[in-house]
Design a protein around this ligand. Structure first.
Ligand code: SGN
Ligand code: CA
Length: 555
């Protein structure tokens, strides 16, 4: 039985994938029931490599069975990228379908104008119930963004007993952030049982963002598991001045107390460097006891051992992985609860579920944590998507996609017209297995926040097939060029390699073309010569803006 397609964007079920399990919709069903629900789950700083569906070694050691369920039920995007690897800009892009310079939120600490167009409001205006629970991080709250129901974590959000802001005000809520956000999301779904309107629900977790605190049930989960140390953990940064100048090194820049929860000496509970005490101070004594009690044997052994700098760097990597992946475990639980709810409620077949992260993250590659750089680990972000009966189970998508594509995808599935201001494209034909012949073959990237946290220089660039070209600007002016086929870890900057001359020229043209296509006139132009005063002044201007905008407050 083929479904009648009464709305412009309505999907028909391909005969081949139709199964007995397909939801029974009749031609006389009200139009609203034909439009799919949308559950958009986004975590914060979740690396692709920390998801088992991506087939990685970390994923094998720390599996994410529930996120994998989405991939098994539907599609996994092998080449999913962000446009600016930072929280605020990525969230603004997700909402508007635009690059940073178009929606205007280029770096954290700026204020997003909630009255700006966003896809959630648009769906709401067309008859969807809409809600957002979890991290917002674009300004104080989603007030005015046209989302029916919301409850958000304050600013970056806290793992334990977080401040939660609702239309009624702000309060400290006891519990673990990932679970609290999930509870509210499921309560919202339960609360609208019987409604015949479709819904769009955004579940935005704080985890696995810094300072990487697992739920009590997961603090011990990976203790004792040895994760493979990346081959470039002790990177020399030769030929890559911007990479050399960052401040996001695990063994040098991570806070030993705040991030790594290391104690000062054997038998002591006193933490090493812990500039922001609130994360631990807000825990109940019982939570603190359970949490730090679990880490005590490891801390004592570390303090008792006489480690070389190299051994200590590796110890820190393992502790980082235990903590980071511990937080991922609760996110995966959350995804499982949402999928179970859908299956038990009978809504699964009429619901699109997406799991992604605001950007990728370094798990020790180049010695780093954090993101920002256009190198692969933070340029990539996980993306899996299910829509039973519409996306064939186990689909793998090779086409390059970017976070500008989410908004147009949702408009498309909700049967709403395309929108001229959107710079991305609907993923629908891509997941259907028939990507448009003019689908992008290259992606454009632009990072701005400098000076700022972690000292990553502003840069823009292009990735096309096996090649990547980037230009760092601001107080430096430096090009980098990589052949990912021979150098997947991006260790060898070939910008001065004469054998790459033609490829570099071609990529510069491509970069120029993309900057024109996306109307990006921010930052120095591609052809501005090294040392060009205007270009450098522009870079400085951006950098000063970044400094002036400040960063989020630590209370
Ligand atoms: C916080 C973190 C930084 C991180 C930024 C941006 N420090 O400032 O390490 O780079 O957020 O992250 S923290 O110790 O206060 O958490 S983002 O995901 O919001 O872009
Ligand atoms: Ca983030």
């Amino acid at each position: 039985m083929a479904l009648a397609c009464v709305l412009p964007g309505c999907a028909t079920v391909p005969a081949a994938t139709e199964s007995a399990g397909t939801v029974a919709q009749t031609d006389t069903a009200p139009v609203e029931q034909r439009r799919p629900n949308i559950i958009f789950i986004m975590s914060d700083d979740h690396a692709q490599s920390a998801i088992s569906a991506y087939g990685t070694e970390i994923g094998r050691l720390a599996p994410t069975p529930n996120i994998d369920r989405i991939a098994k039920n539907g599609a996994l995007f092998e080449n999913s990228y962000v446009t600016n690897s930072l929280c605020g800009p990525a969230r603004a892009t997700m909402l508007t379908g635009q690059f940073s310079h178009m929606h205007g939120f280029t770096q954290n600490g700026q204020k997003f104008d909630n009255s700006q167009w966003n896809w959630v409001r648009e769906l709401g205006a067309s008859g969807y119930d809409t809600a957002l629970f979890g991290k917002w991080h674009l300004n104080y709250s989603p007030e005015g963004a046209g989302i029916d129901d919301w409850a958000v974590l304050d600013d970056q959000g806290k793992y334990y007993n977080p401040d939660i802001i609702t239309p009624d005000g702000r309060s400290v809520v006891e519990g673990y952030a990932t679970d609290l956000v999930t509870d509210r999301s499921l309560a919202w779904l339960d609360g609208r049982a019987g409604s015949d309107k479709p819904f769009a629900l955004l579940i935005h977790h704080k985890a696995p963002h810094r300072n990487f605190m697992p739920a009590l049930r997961h603090v011990q989960k990976y203790i004792g598991t040895e994760f493979p140390v990346p081959t470039n953990y002790f990177d020399h940064y030769d030929g890559r001045p911007a990479a050399a100048a960052q401040e996001m090194n695990i063994y040098r820049d991570m806070y030993e107390g705040h991030d790594l929860k290391m104690t000062v000496e054997e038998g002591s509970r006193e933490l090493r460097f812990n500039p922001w005490t609130d994360d631990f101070a807000r825990m109940t004594p019982e939570q603190r006891e359970a949490y730090f009690g679990a880490l005590q044997p490891g801390n004592d052994a570390m303090n008792a051992a006489d480690m070389s700098d190299r051994e200590m760097a590796i110890w820190k990597y393992q502790r980082y992985m235990h903590e980071y992946l511990g937080t991922v475990a609760a996110v995966d639980d959350s995804v499982g609860r949402v999928l179970d709810w859908l299956e038990n409620s009978g809504e699964a077949d009429n619901t699109i579920v997406i799991y992604t992260s605001d950007q990728g993250f370094y798990l020790g590659e180049h010695g780093w944590f954090d993101k920002r750089f256009m190198y692969e680990e933070s340029l990539r972000t996980p993306l899996v998507m299910q829509y039973p009966g519409h996306i064939a189970p186990g689909t793998r998508i090779g086409a390059p996609v970017q976070n500008v594509d989410y908004a147009p995808t949702f408009l498309d599935y909700a049967g709403l017209p395309e929108r001229g201001t959107i710079q991305g494209r609907s993923l629908r034909e891509v997941v259907d297995g028939t990507p448009p012949s003019d689908w992008r073959d290259a992606i454009y990237y632009h990072y701005y926040e400098y000076p700022g946290f972690h000292s990553v220089r502003a840069h823009y660039g292009v990735k096309q097939g096996r090649y990547k070209l980037m230009r760092f600007y601001g107080d430096i002016d430096q090009w980098e060029f990589y052949d990912l086929q021979t150098d997947p870890n991006e260790m060898r900057n070939r910008i001065d390699d004469p054998r790459m001359k033609d490829e570099i020229a071609r990529m510069k043209d491509k970069l120029e073309e993309l900057r024109r296509q996306y109307r990006d006139s921010d930052g120095p132009a591609v052809d501005a010569p090294i040392g060009d005063e205007v270009a450098m002044a522009k870079g400085r201007h951006d950098a000063e803006n970044a400094a002036g905008a400040g960063h989020h407050a630590h209370h």
